[in-house]
Design a binder for this molecule. Structure first.
Ligand SMILES: C[S@@+](CC[C@H](N)C(=O)[O-])C[C@H]1O[C@@H](n2cnc3c(N)ncnc32)[C@H](O)[C@@H]1O
Length: 241
């Protein structure tokens, strides 16, 4: 079974439990951070004129919150159960659509989006498929479109090697945490122009919510020093040109 099929089956199985993995208040906090960062990524453009896609939208919260700011939002996910959940939660919102779609192949969406965001997908794909996604997303973006990626940063090579080994045993398939630098290299190879990239956040998801902003502010400070790689998340914003 190929990795994409494994991911589909795995996420179909966990769709109903996905939101129980992290405490709701912590999940909500991170989603609200992402909304702010995504709005920042479009610079001076007016979001109300922009059509965007949330690639690998999972249970759909981010796409829903973004629909309050953008002209239109399409949330896409490989898992039918995830998409059905999104549809049942967020009904009758005229500028919000959810679709079952493998986002490693967006050939029927050429030149459709001003912005594509993709949160916590890349560690599930394997390096070859991350490249495939970047290539297909570039074609789905309009000229001068924005690609916004965030994923978990594994700090350093030793940590990421250990986590990647553990992942192989307990996850669906081909999970591998690429570093920020590795994704940046792939973006350069596929012809994007990186406009901003940074590490953000320190907080482990089990800490009390009240402490998260404090940890995140430490993460922000650290990310300005050579210790930056101990941050938890990385964000990369790139332009399709
Ligand atoms: C870790 S979850 C992240 C969900 C959401 N973006 C978030 O940040 O909570 C990964 C999601 O990616 C989806 N996915 C995995 N491979 C995909 C692909 N090739 N195309 C579309 N969705 C995919 C899975 O079904 C799952 O819902």
């Amino acid at each position: 079974m190929d990795n994409t099929k494994k991911q589909e089956d795995f996420h179909d199985k966990i769709a109903l439990y996905y939101n129980t993995y992290v405490k709701k208040e912590i999940f909500d906090y991170y989603i609200s951070v992402r909304v702010k960062q995504i709005l920042k990524s479009i610079g001076s453009k007016n979001s109300k004129n922009l059509v965007m896609m949330d690639g690998a939208c999972g249970t759909g919260e981010l796409a829903f919150l973004l629909s309050k700011h953008f002209k239109k939002v399409v949330g896409m996910d490989l898992s039918e159960n995830m998409i059905n959940l999104c549809k049942s939660r967020y009904e009758n919102i005229t500028n919000l659509e959810y679709k079952k779609q493998d986002i490693l192949n967006l050939s029927s969406w050429k030149n459709k989006f001003d912005l594509i965001c993709c949160t916590d997908l890349h560690h599930l794909c394997g390096k070859q498929n991350v490249k495939k996604f970047l290539e297909t997303a570039k074609k789905a973006l309009k000229k001068d479109g924005v690609l916004f990626i965030t994923d978990t940063n594994m700090g350093n090579l030793i940590v990421s090697r250990v986590v990647n080994k553990i992942n192989k045993k307990f996850h669906a398939g081909n999970e591998i945490y690429l570093t920020k630098k590795e994704i940046e290299l792939l973006l350069n190879k596929t012809g994007y122009k990186i406009t901003n990239s940074y590490y953000f956040g320190l907080c482990p998801s089990f800490s009390p919510k009240s402490l998260i902003p404090f940890f995140d502010s430490l993460g922000n400070l650290i990310s300005k020093t050579p210790l930056e790689k101990v941050s938890v998340n990385f964000y990369i914003i790139a332009n399709s040109r």
